[in-house]
Design a protein around this ligand. Structure first.
Ligand SMILES: [Zn+2]
Length: 68
C-alpha cells in the first residue's frame, strides 16, 4: 500500500505538509501520524476526499489558526 500523492488540504487547498504524500512512502515520519485531528474538521471533509488526502495542520487543529 502506498500513500495517496495528495499534498493539498481538502478543506482549504493549502499545502498539507504531509510527508508521505510528498515522498510516496510511509517510512518517513509525519506530523499526521501523531496528531489528534479535530473531529469537527474531519466532519467537514467532502466524502469524495475522505481517506484521499491529509488535512493541513491548520485545518486539523494542530497549528495556530490565523484569523482576521
Ligand atoms: Zn487546510
Amino acid at each position: 500500500m502506498e500513500p495517496k500523492r495528495n499534498t493539498r488540504c481538502p478543506l482549504c487547498g493549502a499545502d498539507n505538509s504531509c510527508v508521505p504524500a510528498r515522498t510516496g512512502e510511509f517510512g518517513t515520519p509525519c506530523w499526521c501520524f501523531t496528531a489528534t485531528i479535530d473531529p469537527d474538521a474531519l466532519a467537514r471533509v467532502p466524502d469524495a476526499m475522505r481517506g484521499e488526502a491529509c488535512l493541513c495542520p491548520v485545518c486539523a487543529g494542530v497549528a495556530p489558526v490565523r484569523r482576521g
